[in-house]
Every structure is written in structure tokens, then in C-alpha cells.
Ligand binder design. Sequence first.
Ligand SMILES: Cc1ncc(COP(=O)(O)O)c(C=O)c1O
Length: 367
Amino acid sequence: MSLDAEFANRHNFSAGPGVLPEKVLNQLSAAILEVPDVGLSLLGISHRSEWFKAVVDECCQQIRTLMGLDEDWAILLLQGGATQQFSQVPEHFLRGHTQPADYLCTGYWSSKSLPPARLCGPMRCLWDGACEGFSCLPEPSLAWNPRAPYLHYISNETVEGLQFGFVPGLDEVPRVCDMSSDFLSRPVDASKFSLIYAHAQKNLGPAGVTVVLVRRSWLQGKGRHLPDYLQYEAQIKANSILNTPPVLAIYTVLLVLRWLRHDVGGLQAMAQINARKAAILYSALAHGADQIQVHANKGCRSQMNVAFRFGNPTLQQRFLGEAHAAGLHGLEGHRSIGGVRVSLYNAMTIQSVQDLSDFITDFFQNS
Ligand SMILES: Cc1ncc(COP(=O)(O)O)c(C=O)c1O
């Protein structure tokens, strides 16, 4: 990798696909030519080989260890992105029910999760932040339905930069959570959940694979009306190798999981690093309070995605242009709300966040 490429990769603040650890990029580029111990290019190894079965097994084992999951949890590596889970979850756990599932609508992505659920059965949107422009999250006490088949919510709204600091809902109602943009960024009390899903392209690897964690005791034969490919049970039976899986994406996930466990030191250590990065950035932004506004209200601001906008659109354009020229990439806000968005995924280093924060502070001072 040239020095320029290294610099650009380190300063990639994109919301996803996002930055990956430099060590992983180096291992991956070597594996594309030749996987150690196999002698073949990663791109030409059969998904039916013993080597690949071991890769899938180790991925699952690493996730189990990192998150402290017991054997009731099945761990799947699926395709179709988080979007497929918006349908696959209600197809398994809502179809045929008379009680509505509870959904929280806290931002752009959770609003996408509602229509597929409505197609499968009764659901109600228990809380909707749209009229507040998705700038805040609900309080813990809502009129939860104790008979709901499940509660669905998104722990981190990637577009607006909102993150739950508590686990919403009732313990007697199964919780389903889309953790796509904060998966493995902090410890999670898995005992509170029945199903967790997260696509890879934020904290885990490249696009193409989605991790689904599901309790076997909750699943119990559900979803048998679905074709095999869409059935969690059939995927569990096939060990996530029901058809041709994305070998490159899954191998990259394994390299990232090894990095997270052995180089970073696990989820507690990762959470401390992520808290430090967010503190550096938010404190730089506080110096520009007369020029910018952070999208999320204090108290629900995300440590993974920080969305803000300048009061003056011309100044914002200048900021984005100068940042790009300085080698700071991926800062444009999502097309639905515009502005600026900084993503601080696991692989983003404290030094790179400091570099961006220094740039922001200089910009505020000189404009
Ligand atoms: C929280 C969240 N959920 C769902 C999605 C949609 O994911 P995919 O493109 O993998 O279907 C995204 C996309 O960024 C997201 O951030």
C-alpha cells in the first residue's frame, strides 16, 4: 500500500462500507494472492472446502466468545443485508399472530423496517420521532404491550446519529434489535435479546454478509412456510453454507474478529476507545456552536455516527471541499438530511479522529 493510500484509508469517515483495520487490509491483500496454509487465492477457494467450514466455525466461535453467548444462541452468516432481516424477522415471528408487534421508529433506517412487517401481520409503531425530525429517542417508559410477539428497534440510527444508552422494552417480550451500525462496538447484555442482526459493512468487514444471532428456544420450528433459503432453521442446519456464501466477506469478518479480540482486547476495551474518540470529536464540535448544529439532542448522541450541519450552506460546502482536499474522506451527510456526518467505527483510530478534530477546530477559528 502506498503512503497516500494508507493515509486515505485511515481517514475514511464513511458511514458504510466503512474503514477497516490496516492490519486486516494487509492480511486480506496477501490472501487474495494466496491464503496461508492453503496455497490458493482467497477468490478461488471452494465454499465446500474444509478450510472454509473452519472459517465459518471460527467466526461463530469468536462472536460467541466476544459477546458471551451461550449455546441457546445460533449464529448465522447470511446474505441480503440488514434489509432482508426487515422481512425475514416478521416472516418468522409475526405471521399468524393476532397481537401486534411493537416497533420503534427512531430514524431513517427504522422507518424502513415498518412496511415489510405490515405485510406479514399486525404491528404498531409505538413511538415515532419523525415529527421531531428524528433528533431524539424515546424515554424508557412507554406503553409497551406485554403480549406483543416481539419489540423491534434499532440500537444506533446511522443517518441521524442517535444511539440508545439503555435497552428499551419489557423483559417478558422478546427483543429484536438491528445493531448494524454499533455491533461489537461495546458490550451488550445478550440476556435481554432474542434476536440480534447486523450487516458487516460498518464494524465487521465488507458488504455481503449479515450476522444474525437468534435464540433456538424462541425459533422452535417457526418459519417453515418459507423457502429454505429464507428459513433460519434451514440456515442453521446448513451451518450458513446453504448456497454459495460470500467467501471473501466472511474471511474478512474473521480477520476483523481476531483483531478485535487479540489486538484490541475485546468489547470492554473497544468501548473505551470508542468513548474516547466520540469525546474528542464532540468537544471539537462544541467550539463551533455558533456555526453548526449537531442533529441529535444531547443525551442520545451516537458514538458511532455524528451528524451535524452548518447554519450557512456555503460555509458547509467550503468545509466539505477543504476537508476532502486535506485527505479527510466520507464526510458528506446522508442524502435524506444532508449536512456532514462523521462515522467513528471500531477501526477508526484515535489519532485519525484527533486529526479530523484539529481540522474542524482550525476551520471554526478561520471562518
Ligand atoms: C442501522 C441500519 N439498518 C439497516 C440498513 C440497511 O442495510 P443493508 O444495505 O445492508 O440492507 C442500514 C444501512 O446502512 C443501517 O445503517
